[in-house]
Design a protein around this ligand. Structure first.
Ligand SMILES: [Zn+2]
Length: 95
């Protein structure tokens, strides 16, 4: 589980949702990404360049601008890339 400041994560999530301007798929991806970051995913690690996480299919996905999941393959937003972006923004606001 990531040791994240809830208030700060909340701010990052709100800003991210505003930034996608009502795009439903990305909004959903961001909400699910927040769950990944807060609900104690059994394996999750942010390298600074990418976010590694155990997926529901049992594989480790490495998300940055790209992902290995089906949604990405189909050109759809995915929660893994959304989680990566949240972590990048979270790190940026840390300083
Ligand atoms: Zn993905």
């Amino acid at each position: 589980m990531m040791n994240l400041n809830e208030t700060k994560l909340e701010q990052v999530v709100d800003a991210a949702i505003k930034a996608v301007g009502g795009n439903k798929r990305w909004t959903n991806a961001i909400i699910r990404a927040e769950e990944i970051l807060t609900s104690g995913n059994p394996y999750i690690h942010f390298t600074g360049h990418s976010l590694l996480m155990l997926s529901e299919s049992g594989e480790i996905y490495e998300a940055n601008g790209v992902c290995q999941c089906r949604a990405f393959e189909q050109g759809q937003p995915c929660k893994h890339r959304a989680a990566y972006k949240l972590m990048v923004r979270y790190q940026e606001t840390a300083h």
